[in-house]
Write a protein that binds this ligand. Structure first.
Ligand code: UDP
Length: 412
């Protein structure tokens, strides 16, 4: 287990202009009886992927509300993260082998992190399957309440992975899933709640940015800011289907030769498969000066992702399986219509024909992207509705409110 992750302090007051006075006051009231509560969040990576993104805002805001919140990242070597990536895929239904050696690597990693976890807390949140074994391996309880926070869709897991994990999950007092549909069969925890994730409207990823600055930034990466840009921001992962996005872009380009595509993906350290899939994506992209495959090592950080999302004409998230799809929330917040795969949390955000389009194939993805490029006014109206939808349902204050309400109920 690593040292606590250091996060930039945040103040809820800064969010008042975005979410309103009442919302901030309601949060302070809700948090008042919880002041001083020691809360720990544990996950697998401090950077890359949606969970790290959420915690980097959530932790400082909990502190601003008076809770003693901490965030720790588990320690694991490449073999461990290779196994947890297979588990992640297996739990989402991929039919992969799960050998006794792999099981032992996961157990050993969890055993070790459990032993290294010191301190006393009131509540410990464990995010996702990578560290899910920690409470079962503890000699001392160390917290009144252990909560498993599952961000993935376990409704149809590949059975070997799920039956392996279930006994470890029994050690939890409560669990939180993104959506009710995501709870896998025979889930052993009695108290279960649902909280869809949220974004921070003032983080570097989502803060306001001038249009000319956004254009200047994407130009630095070789994109022509005066021609339409299609964009997908995602880890390089088969579920995100970057190959399908390239195929859709090629179909669009037949009709609109001026179109460009950027695939922007970060490399999370708990995702060793990422490099392999990045290479595969590059090979599929071939030599096309209008197709840009970029990742954080090229210098695409949060502010640059913000710029790409603002500079895009259409944002695509052609996932085949998806937990929630924070990239969709981020794009809608910037007033961009999204063409998204009809899966996971995407339909909660993309209302077909209202805030974008839901698609099930490369051909449909190309058709809808083309439609939006050819109907800019409609695209703009959809984007505006998307932003309003996010304002109402998917800003970080709502996530805080849901979590604080649960803590009050569960700690009573
Ligand atoms: N992300 C990023 N840089 C990239 C690619 C992704 O910062 O190059 C961020 C993205 O903006 C989003 C998160 O990583 O905040 C991905 O979350 P999402 O829920 O879309 O997918 P996950 O990776 O958790 O499956």
């Amino acid at each position: 287990m690593h040292e606590p992750v250091s996060v930039t302090p945040r103040s809820l007051n800064a969010l008042r202009p975005v979410v309103g006075e009442e919302e901030v006051e309601a949060l302070r009231e809700l948090a008042a009886p919880l002041r001083g509560m020691r809360v720990l969040h544990v996950n697998a990576t401090a950077f890359g992927g949606g969970v790290a993104e959420i915690l980097s805002t959530h932790i400082p805001l909990l502190r601003d509300l008076g809770l003693e919140a901490e965030w720790r990242v588990i320690h694991g070597d490449e073999a461990f993260f290779r196994v947890t990536k297979a588990m992640h895929n297996g739990l989402q239904g991929m039919e992969l082998p799960f050998s006794p050696e792999m099981q032992e690597i996961w157990r050993e990693g969890n055993r070790r992190n459990a032993a290294q976890l010191e301190g006393d807390y009131d509540v410990i949140f464990i995010h996702d399957p990578q560290p899910a074994g920690i409470p079962a391996f503890r000699e001392r309880r160390g917290a009144r309440l252990w909560i498993w926070r599952c961000h993935i869709d376990t409704r149809t897991p590949h059975p070997p992975f799920w039956s392996f994990l279930l006994p470890y999950l029994s050690a939890y007092d409560a669990a939180i899933f993104t959506m009710a549909e995501y709870v896998g069969p025979d889930f052993p925890v009695r108290r279960v709640a649902f909280i869809p994730p949220t974004i921070d409207p003032l983080s570097p990823k989502n803060a306001p940015m001038r249009e000319d600055e956004a254009r200047a930034i994407v130009a630095r990466f070789g994109v022509d800011p005066h021609r339409p840009l299609l964009l997908q921001v995602s880890r390089f992962d088969p579920w995100k289907d970057p190959i399908g996005v390239i195929d859709a872009y090629r179909l669009v380009k037949r009709e609109r030769p001026e179109v460009q595509l950027a695939l922007v993906g970060s490399m999370a350290h708990d995702d060793p498969e990422g490099w392999w899939y990045y290479d595969r994506t590059l090979r599929h992209a071939g030599e096309d000066p209008d197709l840009h495959v970029l990742h954080n090592f090229h210098g695409v950080g949060a502010w640059e992702v913000n710029a790409f999302q603002r500079a895009a004409a259409v944002v695509i998230q052609k996932s085949l399986r998806e937990g929630f799809g924070l990239t969709v929330t981020e794009a809608l917040w910037k007033g961009k219509p999204v063409v998204g795969g009809r899966t996971g949390g995407i339909p909660l955000q993309v209302h077909d024909g209202e805030t974008g389009f839901l698609v099930d194939s490369v051909a449909a993805c190309a058709e809808k992207a083309l439609y939006l490029l050819s109907h800019p006014e409609e695209a703009q109206a959809m984007g505006a509705r998307g932003r309003e939808h996010v304002r109402r349902h998917f800003l970080c204050t709502r996530g805080l409110r849901d979590e604080l309400a649960l803590l009050r109920e569960w700690m009573a």
